[in-house]
Design a protein around this ligand. Structure first.
Ligand code: ADP
Length: 237
């Protein structure tokens, strides 16, 4: 058994692999990571990653840069750039020259920003994509820093834009912020929990000239990469 355990700042994810195939996966809030570990499996088969990787049982702890590369290439061996939009930070990894940039200074361009907006509208974050698709135009939003964006949202709502149009505009502003971090590339893969929001994928797709790829389970890519790394370690033992 090869176990990848990704304990990020917002959620914890586990992927079990056997013979190169994923046989189990699960996501829980980060503080409940213990629910993902079975004592009988022991830590000798676990590779951990994510912000809290060193705080959880592991045989090896590796960065999300390594796990994202392995996990993304599992889905597309030719992918050039990875954009990982997590709960508290966004990472852009250029696989052509092994460089990366990270934005973790404020909530702009992270899941936390969209959670703030969803909280303001009193809707689940999972419904933002559907509401985005119902808008035919977007309200102009320029700020992606939490409180400033909320006051811009309110002013656009007062000015007559609908909730759907404001959400569309927020996604545009978010995508612009992301696009500024992404180098020109043929293929860009979006991963992380936030890209389950189809509005974000749509907005990024409209913003970049690259072919945009979203794997089946984008939130699990780093845990998958960690499980693949464990598989390599086990193969070489
Ligand atoms: P991290 O690894 O940094 O803990 P994740 O990659 O697990 O973060 O992403 C967590 C983010 O994904 C949260 O901000 C959450 O709001 C967002 N998210 C989770 N599910 C959905 C969904 N269905 N639609 C939109 N966003 C989602």
């Amino acid at each position: 058994m090869n176990i990848g355990l990704d304990v990020g700042s917002t959620t914890a994810k586990v992927v079990h692999m056997e013979d190169g195939e994923v046989i189990f996966s699960k996501v829980v809030p980060s503080q409940r990571w213990i629910e993902l570990i079975d004592d009988e499996q022991g830590e000798k088969n676990i590779v951990s990653t994510g912000y809290f990787r060193k705080k959880v049982p592991h045989f090896a702890a590796i960065t999300e840069i390594t796990t994202a590369s392995l996990g993304a290439r599992y889905h597309d061996p030719d992918v050039q750039v990875i954009v990982d939009i997590g709960g508290q930070d966004t990472k852009v990894i250029d696989l052509r020259n092994n460089t990366f940039v990270i934005n973790d200074k404020c909530s702009a361009g992270t899941g936390a920003f969209l959670e703030l907006a969803a909280h303001y509208f009193d809707i689940p974050v999972g419904s933002l994509g559907e509401l985005h698709s119902q808008a035919t135009k977007g309200a102009q939003i320029n700020n992606t820093c939490g409180v400033f964006a909320i006051s811009e949202m309110i002013s656009q709502l007062v000015g007559g834009f609908s909730m759907e149009e404001v959400i569309y505009g927020l996604h545009q502003a978010f995508a612009l912020r992301i696009a500024q971090m992404v180098p020109p590339a043929d293929t860009v893969m979006l991963i992380g929990g936030t890209v389950q929001n189809t509005g974000i994928v749509d907005a990024v797709n409209n913003m970049l000239d690259s072919k945009i790829e979203v794997p089946g389970a984008p939130q699990l890519v780093n845990a998958l990469g960690a499980a693949l790394y464990m598989e390599r370690l086990n193969d070489s033992r």
